[in-house]
Design a protein around this ligand. Structure first.
Ligand code: ADP
Ligand code: MG
Length: 362
């Protein structure tokens, strides 16, 4: 089988790796120039985009911010999974909020701003600690501005002045104080089969994920049920095919949805070692109409992102049950270079392994 992925970064690479044992060949489209590449080494393949679309059995994305013309072109093939509406719901925060509100899914209080003067009204409605998000093209904390007091308003307005808010409005959210961030990654097949991973806990630094603990400690059955009900409502509404990630803020017994990602997700990388079937394989299975694999946890896991610097020395592998996944990229500030998966018998042992790893980490 042939799968074509829009986007040629590490997520496409890890899908390609997961496809190998299944005989699923994954190629990728570099969205900056529409060239078809091998996602394992990013080398150009001798095939035109049109031919690759024709040859593919299924087409998917590793990234929701796909240029519109490309997405439309691929959509016409009828092979795009998840659907372009699902991708749009993850790419556009205004559509995302509309979807959540339509399904009565709790999310952060917000207002949509398409004129800079409305920011004052937003402060009056939501208070003066705000997080201002561009409705499109934001990820890993990019396209966000934080307001911690009214005094900063002029400065923020100046920073936002060059944006065309009529074209790309802002979603202004109340800055919430939550207990922690958790996420649910799961797959849905064409026949409606679901395969859900457990809730995991996500630790962020400067708006970017750096550590993920799977399963999240101290999750009650009620919280799991809440997350799974929300996930199910979303995938049913979207008639979703493939892996979807839902990010939540936990506030006591309540989960608020922060955002959804219509693709494999950084908070699912632990599943490469920690679960019976990893998220990348389950995504391929879903879009290739194969039965989904078990998401059972094989071992409690921690995933550590390596961000903005060279990968640690491979000597780190001397710490038992550690696995290094490099993405073959050149370091740049805030760039995800790879991740480390650690598995153990229990959380205490995970902590000990993290301690031992410290000397190899920046
Ligand atoms: P991205 O697309 O960059 O992941 P998010 O909306 O998930 O954007 O924001 C990135 C991070 O910023 C979140 O994981 C969370 O830590 C923080 N954040 C986002 N929205 C809020 C909010 N309303 N209140 C408090 N923290 C927030
Ligand atoms: Mg996020």
């Amino acid at each position: 089988m042939n799968v074509l992925i829009l986007g040629s970064g590490q997520l496409a690479r890890m899908m390609a790796l997961a496809g190998v044992p299944l005989g699923i060949e994954v190629s990728a489209v570099d969205v900056s120039n529409h060239k078809v590449v091998n996602p394992l080494d990013k080398k150009r393949l001798d095939i035109h985009l049109e031919t690759a679309i024709e040859a593919a059995d299924a087409i998917s994305v590793e990234f929701e911010h796909i240029p519109e013309a490309l997405l439309e072109q691929v959509n016409r093939s009828g092979k795009l999974m998840p659907s372009s509406e699902s991708i749009a719901a993850g790419a556009d925060r205004v559509k995302e909020k509309a979807l959540l509100d339509k399904l009565n899914i709790a999310n952060c209080p917000y207002v949509i701003v398409d004129d800079i003067a409305q920011l004052d009204q937003a402060v009056a409605t939501l208070g003066e600690t705000l997080i201002i998000k561009a409705s499109r093209d934001g990820y890993d904390g990019y396209g966000q501005w934080r307001l911690s007091s009214k005094e900063q308003l002029p400065e923020i307005k100046q920073a936002l002045a060059e944006l065309d808010l009529k074209k790309v409005p802002l979603v202004v959210e109340k800055m919430l104080t939550f207990e922690r961030e958790v996420s649910l990654v799961g797959a849905r097949g064409k026949n409606g089969q679901l395969a859900l991973y457990p809730l995991v806990e996500n630790l962020h630094h400067q708006g970017q994920l750096h550590t993920c603990v799977a399963p999240a400690p101290a999750i009650t059955p009620a919280l799991t049920a809440q997350a799974q009900n929300i996930f199910t409502a979303l995938v049913n509404e979207l008639n979703y095919i493939g892996v979807l990630a839902v990010e939540f803020f936990q506030m006591g017994d309540t989960l608020l949805v922060n955002e959804i990602a219509p693709r494999v997700h950084n908070s699912g990388h632990w599943s490469m070692q920690g679960a019976d079937t990893c998220q990348f394989e389950n995504h391929l299975r879903a879009i290739c109409e194969l039965p989904l694999g078990s998401t059972e946890v094989i071992a409690p896991s921690v995933m550590l992102n390596v961000i903005g610097c060279d990968l640690p020395s491979k000597d780190m592998l001397s710490v038992a049950r550690t696995h290094l996944h490099g993405y073959m990229k050149t370091p740049r500030a805030k760039r995800k270079m790879g991740h480390i998966n650690i598995t153990a018998h229990n959380y205490a042992e995970l902590g000990e392994s993290m301690q031992k790893l410290q000397k190899w980490l920046p």
